[in-house]
Design a protein around this ligand. Structure first.
Ligand SMILES: [Fe+2]
Length: 339
């Protein structure tokens, strides 16, 4: 496994790059917009292909690099299923497993700092976002934060991990880089409490100033995605019309999601799965077969399928359409899925 901890000085954010040494697939957690060039350079230097990028939560102190990385590498953008951010192309739920090659990341829903925060466990380590910091915990006084939720997430989830688990947070303001669950249990001053109420009392009396960039960062981070209008002008069609095309003989129906998303809710009948990061090579390899066909793309919420349309145009496939709003919209329209 390859592992890099990268630091953004302006916001004191840690960004993590993880990759499989075998397959060379990479994943980035909590990227910062201003540092995207540096991530891309590092990926190139280490000969890695970025396939997934995760934000642990909506950040209030920096603009996320998630959309810029999506546009430059065609990676899949991931956040938890409670997020209001529109940039997400794959929403994960509590206990769901995210894979890159042979590496597995287990998602843990850990609200409190925000109502949509997730942590991610991989082997001997956990990426805690701002839920659990080194000798601190993430503030709970904005973005639907809740000290009771924070207590539950920390005491009933994170601190239940093995004592030796390495703790990698999204921030540190003192220069610490890593801790362990045991160290935090013993020495984190906010965790030396006898009850949830005692913890809530501490959190309600921190009296912190708002983050400097908060008014810029939050609205920006909520709107990094491709909205319905943009999905529409990129050959997007509504579910009923999309369904109508499925009767045609000369179509090929492509599901751009990951296998675990398919396992969770099923798929549209007769679709072939080509995971979004593979779409470039798929279109390139199957030119002869595809050129006479109408290609229909769909994904979870229409983000990946819009990007697939743009990619297919660069291969001069002109007969491509995609499902606006993805399967979320399809299900909303009352249409069927198969397992
Ligand atoms: Fe945060």
């Amino acid at each position: 496994m390859l592992f890099r901890q990268l630091f953004d000085q302006t916001s004191s954010t840690y960004t993590y790059l993880l990759a499989s040494a075998k397959g060379r697939e990479a994943l980035i957690i909590d990227p910062v917009l201003e540092n995207v060039d540096r991530y891309i350079q590092l990926l190139t230097e280490l000969d890695l292909k970025l396939v997934k990028v995760i934000d642990t939560h909506i950040h209030a102190d920096h603009i996320s690099g998630i959309a810029e990385l999506r546009d430059r590498t065609n990676c899949v953008t991931i956040m938890g299923d409670k997020t209001p951010a529109d940039v997400v192309s794959m929403q994960i739920s509590d206990e769901e497993i995210i894979k890159i090659d042979d590496l597995e990341f287990r998602a843990l829903f850990t609200p409190g700092h925000t109502s949509e925060s997730f942590s991610f466990v991989m082997n001997d380590r956990v990426f805690t976002g701002d839920t659990l910091l080194i000798r601190g915990t993430g503030r709970t006084d904005f973005q639907n934060g809740d000290p009771q939720d924070s207590y539950n997430s920390i005491f009933n989830k994170l601190l239940k991990l093995p004592d030796e688990t390495l703790v990698y947070p999204a921030h540190d303001y003192k220069g610490d880089t890593v801790s362990t669950i045991l160290e935090e249990k013993k020495f984190n001053p906010r965790l030396q409490v006898k009850s949830a109420n005692e913890y809530i009392d501490i959190m309600n009396n921190l009296n912190l100033p708002d983050p400097k960039l908060m008014d810029v960062a939050i609205p920006n981070n909520l709107k990094l995605g491709i909205d319905f209008d943009k999905q529409k002008i990129n050959n997007g069609i509504e579910p009923e019309e999309f369904n109508g095309y499925l009767l045609d003989q000369d179509i090929i129906l492509i599901d751009l999601r990951e296998q675990n998303e398919l396992d969770k809710i099923g798929k549209i009948k007769n679709s072939t799965r080509v995971s979004f990061p593979e779409i470039n090579s798929y279109l390139n390899k199957n030119k002869n077969e595809l050129h006479n066909k109408k290609i229909l793309f769909y994904c979870a919420i229409g983000q990946r399928s819009t990007l697939a349309i743009q990619i297919s145009k660069s291969y001069r496939y002109n007969k491509c359409l995609h499902l606006i709003g993805g399967l979320k919209n399809w299900i909303h329209a009352g249409l069927d899925l198969v397992k």
